[in-house]
Design a protein. Structure first.
Length: 136
């Protein structure tokens, strides 16, 4: 068995240049390198006042809020999701996750696949690429 958490996964800073609110930290939680065959996940942190900006994923996603409160906007429809709650994001549907609280938002993005491609509307720094692979 493999178990991971925010205390064991190295999170890397990411941001959209020129958009002060689009700042987050993320890291691969579980993926094929850990033995998964049909699912994967990444762990993310978003500071107060910030958000994971609008993007699409090539697989269905469950947003699992671990700590804090999120405003998950899926295809222009917002929902508040507190710690312990879930939000479903269909495959290839534009969405974003905003920190709706005063503390750090921590959530897991659980994907129905291992070969997931995330496509952002703007280049993500520090790499400058619009596409990222959240599961390794």
């Amino acid at each position: 068995m493999t178990a991971v958490g925010f205390h064991t996964v190295e999170l890397a800073d990411a941001w959209i240049e020129g958009d002060d609110g689009a700042r987050w930290r993320s890291g691969s939680g579980l993926g094929p390198s850990d033995g998964t065959r049909e699912s994967g996940c990444s762990l993310l942190e978003v500071d107060p006042g910030a958000r994971l900006p609008r993007h699409t994923d090539s697989a269905e996603e469950l947003v699992v809020v671990v700590e804090g409160e999120a405003e998950v906007v899926v295809d222009e429809q917002p929902a508040l999701v507190a710690a312990g709650g879930l939000a479903l994001v269909p495959r290839e549907v534009p969405h974003e996750v905003r920190n709706a609280g005063d503390g750090v938002l921590r959530f897991a993005a659980v994907y129905a696949g291992t070969d997931v491609v995330t496509r952002y509307e703007a280049p993500v720094q520090p790499s400058g690429e619009r596409e990222r692979k959240p599961v390794e």
